[in-house]
Structure formats: structure tokens, C-alpha cells
Design a protein around this ligand. Sequence first.
Ligand code: HEM
Length: 88
Amino acid sequence: MDDGELLSTEAIVDHMSFFMVAAHDTLTSSLSALVSMLAAGRDCRNGCATRSPDFACVRMNVAFDRLEEMKLTEMAFNEALRMIPPFR
Ligand code: HEM
């Protein structure tokens, strides 16, 4: 708190409950949007599969520190967020 007083246990539990629900809800809805749009859009799906190392990386179970190489996946995710935002 601003006055330096510690938060109560109840306040921390409330905060973390809200945090976990918000993180879960935004992520699951945006990933669902991405997957459904990829499933529906043949051009995008083929593009991602053939024109970038992205999906090869997925098949190879890419390491966390190489995720930034997946540029097309990031672009597709941003487009899914734009078209079906998880919040307004
Ligand atoms: C695609 C998924 C997500 C979207 C679209 C999203 C969106 C947002 C937005 C719009 C805010 C600002 C809210 C405000 O100021 O009123 C925010 C804040 C925040 N989000 Fe997310 N979020 C996502 C996933 C996550 C996940 C998975 C976590 C944690 C595991 C997370 C943790 C946070 C935290 C800690 C803040 C507060 C940051 C601060 O105020 O300094 N978010 N998020």
C-alpha cells in the first residue's frame, strides 16, 4: 500500500484470484481465436506452414529462447487479437 502498510492475506488472495482469472480468460480466448482462424483460413494456414520456419519449430518442439524466430505466428496472433479481441 502507499502508506507502507502490508496487504492483508484476504486482499492478496483476492488480488491473485482476479489476476489468475484475467490471465486465463484473455489467453484462452485469444488462443482459441487464433486456432479457429487458422483452421478456417486455408491461405493463412498454408502460408504459415510453407513460408516460415514457424511451424517447423512447433514440430521440433522449439526451445523457449527461440520463440522470437516465429514471426509469422506472432503476426497471426496479433491479427487474431485485432479481429476477435478478448476484451473491449
Ligand atoms: C492475450 C492475452 C492477454 C491480453 C490480451 C492481456 C491484456 C491486458 C491488458 C489490456 C491489460 C491492461 C489492463 C488495464 O490497465 O486496465 C493487462 C494488464 C496486465 N496483464 Fe494482461 N493480457 C493477457 C495475458 C496476460 C497473462 C497470461 C498474464 C499473466 C500470466 C497477464 C498479466 C497482466 C498483468 C500483471 C497486468 C497488469 C500490468 C500492470 O498494470 O502493470 N496478462 N493485460
